[in-house]
Ligand binder design. Structure first.
Ligand SMILES: Nc1ncnc2c1ncn2[C@@H]1O[C@H](COP(=O)(O)OP(=O)(O)O)[C@@H](O)[C@H]1O
Ligand SMILES: [Mg+2]
Length: 402
């Protein structure tokens, strides 16, 4: 693939901000190793955009200093097809107030966000408007993948196995708390899992075994999101994950992994996922690698194939793009359920691809290729339609009707 200017966009106003920093640092190395020019594009916790060489170093994010060396505040030109990044504030130069040259020109973006304002379709919408190819699912896939309620309803409607659940809004909880809790107890029964609908990294997720725990868990979930779900809890679940990469019907799946929880009863909490065993010195690629996993998952060929097939089908169904990790969960009777897709998985699940014989730089090239194909595909669709409506409208449209 030709050398390209690849922006890795990360951070953002999300409770998973720090996890995004780790994924971004990892993918930036892979983009460079694939022979491209890396443009770090960091969105701070307060939503300001920055670029600069310092954004490739973990230390920078321990205590972010926007005035630091090799950090520059920028804005993205969102005029369709521009892809330019400008230094901020834009200062006109020369006698005639000439605009300076842009700092960089983006040919493709790799979004490395997790959670709100990045993985949920919001920034994908921005890149669509700006006419910049990007290597993640689009607006629809990203937003469905992020919202567990919409995702489960859709998958269930399409005939895929999902755990039974009820859902409610924060407003419903506030206006009739008892009714909500009773419905959960009546329809779901203990143990249950309470989750904010659109979060990740196990943040705000609780396992509850009684009313007291349920009370606390719904309040916790409602503090993170205005949509909450309560689902059947599986005792001693077996989890199996599978990654997929592609676009449209051209989708490839990785090997399966089985993440293993150290304590029997605990689910994979944020701590388990990112902090356990991670070095206190904090190498750039620490964190997510530290999770214990069995790779490939010790399951038979038929189950592996079933999981891979479902992963590919759901990828196409939900219009995913880039690399996605589909998480499955199995109960004690070996009944398999789709737990959730992650449209921008932690570390881009590169370790699953490695085991499948594709190294991280190759995965990056594949994602860029799919991004360019999707972009070209969109431009192939007809979105201009000649009509003579405007010429028929006489001067002044006040009060006019079709
Ligand atoms: N219904 C369930 N029964 C048992 N364990 C669950 C259930 N739902 C989630 N878990 C555990 O909690 C973890 C986080 O839940 P998940 O739905 O994947 O949320 P997140 O989007 O935060 O990753 C899962 O990886 C799994 O270990
Ligand atoms: Mg999960």
């Amino acid at each position: 693939m030709n050398k390209m200017n690849i922006a890795v966009c990360f951070g953002s106003r999300s409770v998973e901000h720090d996890v995004s920093v780790i994924s971004a640092l990892q993918v930036m190395e892979a983009v460079e190793a694939a022979g491209h020019t890396v443009i770090p594009l960091y969105i701070s916790r307060d939503g300001l955009w920055y670029t600069g060489a310092a954004l490739r170093d973990t230390q920078t994010f321990r205590e972010f200093n926007p005035m630091g060396k090799d950090i520059q505040r920028v804005i993205l030109d969102i005029s369709s097809g521009s892809g330019d990044i400008w230094g901020w504030p834009i200062q006109k130069t020369g006698l005639f107030g000439k605009l300076p040259d842009p700092i960089a020109h983006i040919e493709c973006v790799i979004p490395a966000f997790h959670g709100m304002n990045g993985e949920d379709g919001t920034i994908q919408g921005l890149f669509e408007m700006a006419g910049i190819p990007y290597a993640s699912s689009g607006v629809l896939g990203s937003s469905i993948g992020m919202d567990k309620i919409a995702m489960k309803l859709l998958l269930r409607g399409a005939g895929y196995p999902v755990l039974d659940f009820i859902w409610f809004t924060r407003e419903m909880l506030e206006s009739d708390r008892e009714a909500v809790l009773e419905r959960a107890e009546k329809e779901i029964h203990y143990p249950m899992f309470v989750k904010p609908s659109a979060l990740g990294s196990s943040i705000g997720v609780s396992k509850v075994k009684n009313r007291e725990e349920l009370e606390k868990a719904v309040d916790l979930a409602a503090s993170y999101d205005h949509r909450i779900l309560v689902e059947v809890g599986i005792e001693h679940p077996v989890e199996i994950n599978c990654a997929a990469v592609g676009y449209g019907c051209n989708v490839e799946t990785s090997v399966c992994e089985m993440p293993v929880s150290s304590s029997d009863d605990a689910f994979l909490s944020f701590w388990e996922k990112y902090l356990r065993n991670s070095s206190t010195k904090g190498g750039q690629t620490g964190g997510m690698k530290s999770l214990s996993r069995v790779l490939p998952a010790p399951i038979d060929g038929a189950l592996t194939e079933r999981i891979q097939k479902m992963t590919r089908e759901i990828f196409t169904l939900l219009d995913f793009r880039g690399t996605v990790r589909m998480d499955f969960i199995m109960d004690q009777n070996d009944v398999l359920y789709v737990n959730e897709p992650n449209t921008i998985p932690g570390s881009f699940a590169f370790y699953l691809w490695k085991a499948a014989g594709l190294n991280f730089p190759d995965l990056v090239d594949r994602m860029i290729e799919d991004a360019l194909n999707a972009y070209a595909d969109k431009n192939r669709s007809v979105y201009a339609y000649d009509s003579n409506i405007l010429s028929k409208v006489r001067a002044g449209i006040k009060g006019s009707k079709a």
